[in-house]
Design a protein around this ligand. Structure first.
Ligand code: GDP
Length: 367
């Protein structure tokens, strides 16, 4: 008998049959976890993106950013299928040193452009994440209004790899966002080092955010960055700072006169505004539309995009060749020795490079 307590001897006491032992693993949890980790098919990603599904778009971007070869292969197919639906947007680069007010300004510009309809994606290229593994542009909660806007998609900078690699991933993400119907793309970067060049190579308009300082603000700005700018805006032109900002704007205008006319035929404009108080946001935005009008008419818009497409083809080849060379086991073994010989004066730089390249070519042809 299963339960001896139910025997005749024990009157007034009955023990019911127990229920089946529960599994120690929560079956719902397992199912969810599995669902979260599972990859979708290429078609599922593409259909989701074309429908404008933000969750699927996010997952596809994660795939683009992944370093795993099987993810990259899947990402490449998704991108290829999205490509016919991409390109129909305005891409705007926004650069400024930390504290210049990029987050505050992007929030203000973003809300302003979304009032006119459409969808906005905010992406970032953050070179600091490569060096320190920390991110200057990581804290997206500062874009308070945009981060909860149904028509905005905000994505922090990819972190893995070289600046070239990070930039390429952002460029691929632009394609996915455009296919998902985002017709305005902001690419944010910190105004230090090489990242502006990377951003410039993927946007239609490059906006440089500046602050009014002590009157010698021009000294701190690299000439190359000024030449890249299609518009310069002096932020924090509010309260006591307004007059100083006007003064700074004037010195920027004067400095720009000394530069040759840009290829676009457009003379960069310098404006003052306040992202925080929302002052003259419309003027900044009108200037950007004026630029687009101008370069669409004179053909430069198309020309710049074509040049960028070529640039990225060569850039991808260069990066791949460079990686293959440096990650080759024989070459990386030889490098310290060759470097030592160059430093000791036993080999010239050119001879050492020649030996390394010959070795590499021999490895390639023996494959
Ligand atoms: P980021 O590092 O370039 O993203 O700069 P943030 O947007 O985080 O701004 C840096 C600081 O400047 C914050 O404390 C902002 O509140 C402040 N700030 C940003 N824009 C303005 C502005 O237009 N006027 C004033 N007075 N302060 C601002």
């Amino acid at each position: 008998m299963e339960h001896p307590e139910n025997s005749e001897e024990y009157k007034g006491l009955t023990v019911n049959a127990g229920v089946e032992q529960l599994s120690s693993v929560n079956p719902y949890l397992t199912a969810n976890r599995f669902a979260r980790r599972a990859l979708l098919s290429v078609q599922e990603y593409v259909d989701g993106i074309l429908k404008g599904d933000r969750t699927i778009l996010s997952k596809a971007v994660t795939l683009v950013e992944s370093t795993r070869p099987e993810h990259q292969a899947l990402a490449a197919q998704v991108i290829e299928k999205c490509l016919p639906y991409a390109g129909n947007s305005v891409r705007i680069g926004i650069s400024g040193v930390p504290g210049a007010g990029k987050s505050t300004s992007i929030d203000a510009f973003g809300i302003h452009v979304l009032e006119g309809g459409g969808k906005l994606a905010v992406l970032a290229i953050d070179p600091s994440s490569e060096i320190t593994k920390g991110s200057i542009l990581g804290d997206k909660t500062r874009m308070e209004r945009l981060s909860v806007h149904p028509n905005a998609f905000i994505r922090p900078s990819p972190t893995a790899g070289s600046l070239g690699g990070v930039a390429r991933k952002t460029r691929e993400t632009i394609i996915l966002c455009e296919a998902a119907g985002y017709d305005k793309i902001f690419v944010e970067t910190v105004g230090v080092g090489q990242s502006e060049t990377a951003v410039h190579s993927m946007v239609d308009f490059f906006l440089l955010l500046q602050l009014a300082g002590t009157g010698d603000e021009l000294q701190g700005i690299k000439r190359g960055i000024m030449e890249m700018a299609d518009g310069i805006v002096i932020n924090k032109a509010d309260g006591d700072n307004e007059a100083k900002a006007e003064l700074a704007a004037r010195s920027f205008r004067n400095a720009l006169h000394l530069f040759p006319m840009p290829e676009s035929g457009w003379t960069p404009k310098v404006l003052t505004y306040s992202g925080f108080y929302g002052l003259r946001i419309k003027e900044v935005w009108d200037m950007i539309w004026e630029y687009f009008d101008f370069v669409r008419k004179n053909g430069y818009f198309e020309h710049r995009r074509n040049e960028q497409a070529k640039y990225w083809m060569y850039e991808t080849i260069n990066e791949s060749i460079r990686n293959n060379f440096y990650f080759n086991a024989n070459i990386s073994d030889m490098l310290p020795e060759m470097e030592k010989k160059v430093l000791e004066g036993k080999l010239t730089s050119f001879a050492a490079a020649g030996i390394l390249l010959d070795t590499y070519n021999a490895i390639l042809s023996s494959k």
